[in-house]
Design a binder for this molecule. Structure first.
Ligand SMILES: Cc1ncc(COP(=O)(O)O)c(C=O)c1O
Length: 401
């Protein structure tokens, strides 16, 4: 077997199961699960119907590049959403089976292990675990940028010296960020593009939370929009990864896209052809329907906004919970260790959250996820409200709030 497999850490949910060994949750309370970032709002009927209406297409093999109709609907959506004058659906867009498989497989295609010095992949810390696994299985060493509250969870690129940047082939950014909820500013993008120009590294911008935000007039700035605003024609060394999972409440559809630089996408498409990951034709048809409609996405945001307003208002006070810039996670500072907090919340209140330290690594002396928990406000408003009431009780018992 590939010896790099031994470098993979247990996934955070595996660590969580271990943390709960021997812990019996309060039996008189209904369980509330807020540890997984799985959207729970209803899948819109028209998307479900589109799957059903196109089941006859299962009798053909789909192509890796997807149907022109799907690529055109994605390109149109990108232009509308990010205010771009143009994006070529034939060369600058590839449909993928959810952003996760693409974020992972892209590293296999992008990393050149024959480079004179061993390849590095940079990513934020804490982070979506796929980045690290993709780097390790691609034969690269992951390098981390700590994101901390004192810097408003911004990416401080100066944490890594030239010696690291000069070996960096790929950098993952998560915008809006899971778990911190921060959105990158134009200035951060400018700095990142400068690094990419100077050292030749490819930027993989994970934007799967781009459509979950709280002010209809202020959608998060995306990587393609930033590149366009900074006059970077052709998106040099830039790809964005987006998804319908959170936007349209279809995590089971497995549908997303990669868009950006045509030369990189041409090579990645070749890789994907061999990899064998064409999207199911019924999913393609349903995806077209989803990308072409914005009403359900506005309604989806309304539900999240309600829940975040409730949670931040209820938790304001001694342990103020910060409203994220975007996304559906509350990145909540715990008054005791994150693992103890998680255990007590489960044992005494039957609420499950994820310890922040499981999403980070100890780098340059700190694990920036330590003493945070990630609370995914994915359940119904009632359930989320009940969970926050119980979290407040725990805080009270601990002498806080
Ligand atoms: C940061 C981030 N990126 C990507 C994904 C993958 O989502 P999907 O494969 O459903 O598009 C997730 C899922 O939770 C995520 O949190």
């Amino acid at each position: 077997m590939n010896s790099n497999l031994s470098l993979l850490q247990p996934y955070p949910f595996q660590k969580l199961r271990k943390l709960f060994d021997g812990i019996t949750p309060a039996a008189n309370l209904d369980p509330i699960n807020l540890h997984i970032g799985e959207p729970k709002h209803a899948t819109p009927d028209f998307i479900r119907q589109a799957v059903v209406d196109h089941l006859n297409k299962l009798s053909h093999y789909p192509t890796t590049q997807g149907t022109p109709e799907l690529r055109y609907s994605i390109a149109d959506w990108i232009m509308r959403r990010f205010d771009l004058p143009t994006i070529n659906p034939d060369t600058e867009v590839i449909p993928v089976n959810g952003s996760r498989e693409a974020l992972f497989s892209f590293a296999q295609a992008a990393i050149d292990t024959a480079a004179a010095s061993g390849p590095y992949v940079v990513c934020p810390n804490p982070f979506y675990q796929i980045y690290e696994g993709a780097a390790l299985l691609g034969g690269a060493s992951p390098q981390f940028i700590n994101t901390t509250a004192d810097k408003a969870f911004r990416l401080d690129f100066s944490q890594l010296p030239d010696a690291v940047w000069s070996r960096t082939q790929l950098i993952y950014v998560c915008n809006p960020n899971n778990p911190t909820g921060s959105v990158m500013s134009l200035d951060e993008w400018r700095q990142l593009f400068e690094l990419s120009d100077r050292y030749g590294c490819i930027i993989a911008a994970d934007e799967c939370y781009s459509e979950i935000y709280f002010d209809e007039h202020k959608p998060p700035l995306g990587a393609l929009a930033a590149a366009h605003q900074l006059g970077r024609t052709g998106f040099p060394r830039l790809l964005v990864f987006n998804s319908l999972s959170k936007r349209s409440n279809v995590p089971g559809l497995r549908s997303g896209f990669v868009a950006g630089n045509a030369q990189i996408l041409e090579k990645y498409l070749l890789y994907r052809t061999y990899h064998g990951c064409a999207m199911n034709p019924a999913s393609q048809a349903a995806s077209i329907a989803a990308w072409n409609d914005e009403n359900h996405v506005v309604e989806n945001r309304r539900l999240y906004t309600q829940k975040f307003s409730m949670a931040t208002a209820m938790l304001s006070g001694a342990t103020a919970a910060q409203m994220p810039d975007a996304g559906f996670y509350l990145w909540f500072k715990t008054p005791i260790s994150d693992t103890e907090f998680t255990q007590q919340l489960r044992r005494d209140y039957n609420v499950t959250v994820l310890p922040g330290s499981y999403l980070g690594r100890k780098i340059r002396g700190i694990n920036p996820g330590e003493n945070y928990v990630r609370i995914a406000l994915v359940a119904s408003l009632d359930q989320c409200t009940e969970a926050i009431v119980r979290i407040k009780s725990l805080l009270n018992n601990l002498g806080y709030a």
